[in-house]
Design a binder for this molecule. Structure first.
Ligand code: MSP
Length: 699
């Protein structure tokens, strides 16, 4: 099986992730899903970049130890990935991680042994926010990345001889034009390197929150050396101790990053790898930024957009909020370029493409099959499906190849070329072809004449087949909604397991019985939806405030009660901890929750596919539950009351957005909902009286 290794940058957990930080992860998820659907063994890595002065200061102002602070914030990222439907990923974090420490120290030792590191005195301007040395000497200077004034520092540091890599790097860019993408970014990098490379300081004396420099405990490793090495740790690299996964997955196929961090990835990282004698990644792709209504998002301007309230607001209308957001972000601009986020644009795109486009097509076609063929995909006339005269077939096939690639012609498709907006446009062109086809062939008129029953069957078979093809093609971008419609089409296989690069016309089995019909993309009334988005965003902002305030109050009271972890420094700055008026931190009605709180709990219908006892645990069963978009492993404490064999096939309710946790060493990724019957708390599993497709949300 071919492997594919792709990474997001590892995020600074100094604040909660916003739409901009979610963007790279969504993009990588689309690629990971697409590659899996092409049969690749995919390793998809993301994580958090937890060391350095920026984090140390953020923890200080929150009145926390850096280790506690980053561990708490790390969870916000994982929570958001769940909300956004991010599929199976590996998560690497850089602090309190012995394997990562070993990797980083190994990288340094290799470079040192090869003569690329030396100790020198440094005096100059340094940007704390970007962790960058800006200029030598005391002259005031601003950071060339963020524009903020750089601080004057003076210390004795270890330097990496980046200058020695100028020629090797230029040679690599020339021999491997795919190394930096898009081309215009490669040109920027090449001209930067041609301009001359200065040696860079790769250790810090003033900072304690970092990985100790091997052999010199007074210094810590420069945070970018540390962070970039996480791409190795994330696939179980541990310096001298190599792992199977490292041998299998390295070098990375794609490091997906934002344009602001291209130099670190396209200049520093390959130089660090060359110095350690390791192969270089294949491609570094730098995408553009998401702006808010043309403006850069910034906390101080108060225009930062967070994904959670958007998803919850759309969910509250019965729309799949996460898919809608994913689709909007990928559809709006050609991938690579900057794009602007607006609530107005989101609603417009949702209504035009999802409610009126895919949603309307799916409900019309399936309702007609229900009405005219008793809910079973009709049998087309002999020879019809593959006939060159079949209009939809002749439109659909080139569109399939354009999106997913053509194996025979060895042409990569738009997904493979990371042209997500083009892929969406191709798919939606196909949707509008099907709409036009239905208008021309008028199945509702054919249905009135029994002599035209076979023609009606041909038309509706084609429409169903087109819908099936569209769902497979759109799945990487909108995994949840497509899986729901897939279930309504009566498909029993998992949509994510369809072989997208072998997709062709005519693979739908006639006679397939449809599942129950329910609308997926309700149309949104513009003003109401905008008001709801505002309301949820406001509630989200307000919820954050008291929490932050509460934290300062608590930490102010008991700073010593926090557990001390070995490599961390305590942060003695009580003056930075502000006390907060009582009224801001108390919840007026602690026993009631708002609807926004309730919609945070994602419960879905599922079907138990397999069940077995957890060895050595009397009370635990390990269940594999099909929740529509995926099969989840859930561990439930019901072994004393349920025989595993009897559970297979049972419909259950799963809480799908809980943090995964391990029970007796077995990962549980969700919770099965059960009544707890007194007096002994006997669990009685919740199930359904009527048939409900797997993955249906409970509200
Ligand atoms: N920790 C470093 C990366 C180390 S990788 C070895 C870092 N972290 S970050 O949290 O500041 O940024 C992470 C990613 O989010 C970057 O790729 C950055 O470009 C991206 N984005 C942050 N804001 C963004 C937008 N508004 N729009 C799109 N992406 C943006 O840099």
């Amino acid at each position: 099986m071919n492997k594919f290794f792709l990474t997001t940058p590892i995020y600074y957990p100094n604040a909660r992730p916003h739409v901009g930080s979610a963007y790279t992860t969504i993009v990588c998820d689309v690629i990971a899903r697409y590659k899996r659907m092409c049969g690749y063994d995919v390793a998809f890595l993301t994580g958090t970049d937890e060391h350095g002065e920026k984090l140390q200061r953020a923890a200080e102002s929150a009145g926390m130890l850096p280790g506690e602070f980053v561990a708490e914030k790390r969870e916000l990222f994982k929570g958001l990935w769940r909300t956004l439907g991010i599929s199976e990923y590996r998560f690497v974090h850089t602090s309190q991680n012995p394997a990562h420490r070993a990797s980083v120290q190994w990288m340094i030792r290799q470079a040192y042994k090869a003569g690329y590191i030396e100790k020198k005195k440094y005096e100059g301007r340094y940007c704390v926010s970007d962790e960058r040395y800006i200029s030598d000497g005391a002259e005031p200077a601003n950071c060339d990345v963020c524009g903020r004034p750089a601080e004057l520092i003076s210390e004795e540091n270890y330097f990496f001889k980046l200058s020695a890599f100028q020629e090797p790097l230029l040679a690599h860019y020339a021999e491997h034009p795919e190394f930096v993408q898009p081309d215009y970014r490669r040109n920027e990098v090449v001209s930067f390197v041609k301009g001359g490379l200065r040696d860079i300081s790769v250790s810090r004396k003033r900072i304690k929150w970092g990985i100790p420099w091997p052999g010199d405990e007074e210094q810590v490793v420069y945070v970018w050396y540390d962070a970039l090495t996480s791409y190795l740790t994330g696939i179980d690299f541990e310096g001298d101790r190599r792992s199977e996964d490292f041998d299998k997955y390295w070098p990375a196929d794609v490091h997906m990053i934002g344009k602001d961090i291209i130099r670190f990835h396209a200049v520093y990282w390959p130089a660090f790898l060359m110095a350690a004698g390791l192969p270089l990644p294949k491609t570094i792709f730098a995408h553009g930024w998401i702006y808010y209504e043309q403006d850069k998002m910034s906390k101080s301007k108060g225009n930062v957009v967070y994904p959670e309230p958007i998803v919850a607001a759309l969910d509250s209308f019965g729309a799949p909020g996460n898919d809608a957001l994913r689709y909007y972000l990928l559809r709006e601009a050609p991938f690579g370029q900057d794009t602007s986020f607006s609530y107005e644009g989101l609603i417009q795109r949702y209504n035009s493409d999802l409610a009126n486009g895919l949603g309307n097509l799916a409900s019309r076609v399936l309702a007609m099959v229900q009405q005219y063929f008793e809910g079973c995909v009709p049998q087309p006339s002999p020879g019809h499906v593959d006939s060159p005269a079949n209009t939809l077939r002749s439109v659909a096939r080139p569109n399939i190849w354009a999106v997913a690639g053509n194996q025979e012609a060895r042409e990569p498709g738009q997904y493979n070329d990371l042209k997500f907006s083009d892929a969406a446009q191709t798919i939606w062109r196909l949707i509008s072809h099907v709409d036009t086809y239905l208008v021309q062939r008028k199945p509702w008129a054919l249905a009135k004449n029994p002599d035209q029953k076979q023609e009606l069957a041909d038309v509706l078979y084609d429409a169903c087949e087109a819908l099936r093809v569209i769902l497979v093609l759109a799945h990487p971008v909108m995994p949840n909604a497509t899986a729901q419609i897939w279930a309504k089409m009566g498909q029993k296989t998992l949509l994510g397991e369809q072989q997208i690069d072998c997709l062709d016309w005519g693979q739908l089995a006639p006679g397939t019985a449809l599942g129950p019909l329910v609308g997926v993309f309700p149309r949104l009334e513009r003003a109401t939806a905008l008001a709801k988005l505002d309301e949820f965003a406001e509630a989200d902002r307000n919820r954050d405030k008291p929490k932050e305030a509460q934290k300062s109050v608590e930490t102010n009271k008991t700073p010593e009660s926090a557990p001390a972890a070995a490599p961390e420094t305590r942060v003695p700055s009580p003056e930075s901890r502000t006390s907060v008026p009582e009224s801001r931190v108390t919840n007026p009605e602690p026993s009631k929750i708002s609807i926004e709180d309730f919609v945070k709990v994602e419960m879905r219908s599922g079907e138990v596919k397999a069940a077995e006892r957890v060895p050595g645990a009397n009370k635990l069963l390990k269940l594999m539950v099909d929740i529509g978009a995926e099969v989840r492993q859930v561990v439930a404490g019901i072994a004393e009351y349920y025989e595993p064999e009897k559970l297979v096939g049972m419909k259950v309710v799963v809480v799908t957005n809980l943090q995964p946790r391990k029970l007796r060493g077995v990962e549980s990724n969700g919770m099965i909902v059960a009544a707890s019957v007194e007096p002994e708390g006997r669990p009685v599993l919740v199930t359904f009286k009527e048939d409900v497709p797997n993955g249906t949300r409970l509200k």
